[in-house]
Design a binder for this molecule. Structure first.
Ligand code: AMP
Ligand code: GLY
Length: 430
């Protein structure tokens, strides 16, 4: 099969790595790809992943059998619709399905209509009304720009003043068009846990649980980032909570096969949950694989990813059979000095091969490129995703850090406590 993967992060490297292992893969393209995907796929840097005409043309010229869409922007912009319209199998929902991520209001209305547990909320296009609702709800509360804001559009406000400022900021255009509508919601408490599912033909095939670390520094301090580390499975989840999350994913998948959805949803539905004292509640849905969750989920998947993605893309539910490794997986993100603020690029990276020579270690590239001398150099804030698997959570964590120490580049920055809170038990959240 000829396959094209859209995107350029650690998630796309992990997807390409898993697809490249399959005997079913003939040619694999990464559009645009990065320094890591170049080792397992042919990078196509010249294509814009939100240009429908160019993508359809490329897929037709190269006889592509399956297009896998990694990031949210091309999904929300309707690339799956355009490619499917041209008769090409696509892993990724159409624009209407992707609106579950692209608009927080659409997601909340979907949850209400399908009785999915979530925080109480209001959705507003008027600043005055949003502020009135915030005053009525009282602090702490959460203010969210409705549209895609690259993970920056959510403000958890401890004080009413902060919430009111956040509402004003949204309507003043801080997040561009994404902030023209604002969701104000009740603040929930508890550990967070992601559960991703392959969804097609109204059915959910749940993957393993994973937990991301969004803050930049140890102890969940410092600014929010795209994710500094992740592990899978999440040991603190009870059986009852797991059953609720699986039920939510199944009910959500079933709803995607009914009106108002015109086509069934074909891709990943990512449930971001908070394990509250009243049970798991959905914080958000994403319409794609998580980054960096994918980097710990796919190494644990023992089934053939090409078969699964093609079956999802074509609605062939009978062929989907997910087998998981019992090993634990831990991913530590190596970032550039200064990230998530300003950082320098072009630092030479050494030691990746040495790290990967360790048993059960794989290094996915997030922000790397090859310079004119063919050296691997940093090209982004998050540079590498160091993933280790182990028989126990502790073994996986220790191995991940052993691998991190073998890799060097100027300004290497990483958290040294990935998974520490979960390893210490549920009481660490109280
Ligand atoms: P979202 O993009 O909606 O998942 O929000 C990003 C992050 O904000 C989540 O991972 C949570 O840490 C936090 N968050 C979102 N909604 C809430 C809420 N209702 N209560 C508490 N924290 C929240
Ligand atoms: N790691 C969170 C996300 O992919 O949205």
């Amino acid at each position: 099969m000829n396959i094209a993967v859209l995107g350029s992060g650690g998630r796309e490297h992990a997807i390409c790595w898993a697809l490249a292992k399959s005997p079913k893969t003939e040619t694999l393209f990464a559009i645009p790809g990065n320094g890591g995907t170049a080792a397992v796929a042919e990078n196509v840097a010249s294509l814009d992943i939100c240009d429908a005409e160019a993508l359809v043309g490329f897929a037709q010229d190269r006889n592509i059998d399956l297009v896998v869409i990694g990031p949210e922007a091309p999904l929300v912009a309707g690339m799956a619709d355009a490619l499917r319209g041209a008769g090409i199998a696509v892993f990724g929902p159409d624009a209407q399905g992707a609106a579950l991520e692209g608009s927080k209001t659409v997601a909340k209305e979907f949850m209400d209509a399908n009785h999915i547990p979530t925080a109480a909320y209001g959705s507003f296009t008027s600043e005055v009304e949003a502020i009135n609702y915030a005053r009525q709800l009282g602090a702490p509360l959460v203010v969210k720009a409705d549209g895609l804001a690259a993970g920056k559009g959510v403000i958890v406000a401890e004080e009413l003043d902060t919430a009111e400022d956040a509402i004003r900021m949204c309507f003043e255009g801080e997040f561009g068009e994404a902030g023209n509508r604002v969701v104000v919601e009740e603040c929930l408490t508890g550990p967070e846990c992601s559960l991703l599912a392959f969804v097609t033909d109204g059915k959910a095939f749940c993957m393993a649980t994973a937990q991301d670390h969004k803050r930049a520094y140890n102890g969940d301090m410092g600014p929010n980032t795209g994710g500094m580390g992740v592990y899978s499975p999440v040991p603190i989840v009870t059986e009852e909570e797991m059953a609720t999350m699986v039920r939510v994913m199944e009910e959500s998948a079933a709803a995607t096969a009914r009106a108002p959805f015109e086509n069934d949803y074909r891709g990943v539905l990512y449930g971001g949950f908070m394990l509250t004292p009243e049970g798991p509640k959905v914080l958000e849905f994403n319409a794609r694989f998580g980054d960096p969750e994918t980097q710990v989920i796919l190494p644990r998947l023992e089934s053939d990813l090409v078969s699964i993605m093609y079956a999802v893309a074509t609605g062939d539910t009978a062929s989907i059979d997910l087998q998981w490794s019992p090993l634990w997986a831990v991913c530590v993100v190596l970032a550039s000095e200064g990230y998530p603020g300003a950082y320098e690029k072009g630092k030479v990276i050494l030691g990746v091969d040495e790290a990967e020579a360790l048993e059960n270690v794989v290094v996915f590239h997030a922000g790397t490129t090859l310079n004119a001398d063919g050296e691997l150099v940093t090209a982004g804030g998050r540079v590498l995703n160091v993933v280790a698997m182990g028989e126990s959570f502790d073994e996986a964590r220790e191995r991940a850090y052993e691998a991190c120490e073998l890799i060097n580049f100027e300004g290497k920055q990483y958290r040294t406590d990935i998974g520490a809170k979960a390893a210490a038990g549920r009481s660490s959240w109280e």
